[in-house]
Design a protein around this ligand. Structure first.
Ligand SMILES: [Zn+2]
Length: 155
C-alpha cells in the first residue's frame, strides 16, 4: 500500500500513521463482507474521536433492497458502542478508480460527522482519493436544521 501523501494528511488533521492505519483497516474490513449476490466487497473503517477504529462491511440479502452498505454497518456499530464523534472515514473496494459512498450513506454519514470530515476512498491497488463530506454531499440537510433532539434520545 503506498504511503499517504503528507500534505493531504496534514490538511485533514491526521497523522500519516492514522491514515495508513485507516487504510489497512478499511482494506481488512472487505474480508468481512457478506456479498454472495454481487461479489462486490466493500470495507469501511471509521477513525473515532477516542482514537479507536470501528469496521464495517456490506451485508447483502436475498431480498436485495434489504442490503446494508459497509458505511452504514460501521456507523451503526460505532453508535451502539457509544461512539458518536468521528475524525475520518475510510472506504475500500476491489475496483479502480475507487468507489465513493452511495447517496444514502452520504446522508447517513452527515448525521454524525462534521462537513469537513475527510472521506478516504481506496481502490484495489491502494491508491486513494480523499474528499470532505461537504464535497460529497453539497448543500446537505442535517441535524441542525431540525429542533435540537431530546438529549435522552441523542445520547
Ligand atoms: Zn451506501
Amino acid at each position: 500500500m503506498p504511503d499517504p501523501d503528507p500534505t493531504t494528511t496534514r490538511t485533514h488533521g491526521l497523522t500519516s500513521t492514522e491514515v495508513s492505519t485507516l487504510a489497512s483497516k478499511a482494506v481488512a474490513a472487505k474480508e468481512l463482507a457478506y456479498c454472495p449476490y454481487s461479489n462486490f466487497r466493500v470495507g469501511c473503517a471509521l477513525l473515532c474521536e477516542d482514537g479507536e477504529y470501528v469496521l464495517g462491511a456490506n451485508i447483502e440479502n436475498a431480498s436485495y433492497p434489504v442490503t446494508i452498505c459497509a458505511e452504514r454497518t460501521a456507523f451503526s456499530k460505532a453508535i451502539v458502542e457509544g461512539r458518536k464523534k468521528f475524525r475520518a472515514v475510510g472506504v475500500s473496494t476491489d475496483i479502480s478508480p475507487p468507489a465513493s459512498p452511495c447517496g444514502m450513506c452520504r446522508q447517513f454519514i452527515r448525521e454524525f460527522c462534521d462537513l469537513n470530515t475527510p472521506i478516504f476512498m481506496w481502490d484495489k491497488d491502494g491508491q486513494y482519493l480523499v474528499m470532505t463530506l461537504e464535497q460529497l454531499l453539497p448543500m446537505s440537510f442535517g441535524p441542525e436544521q431540525l429542533h435540537k433532539p431530546d438529549p435522552k434520545g441523542s445520547n
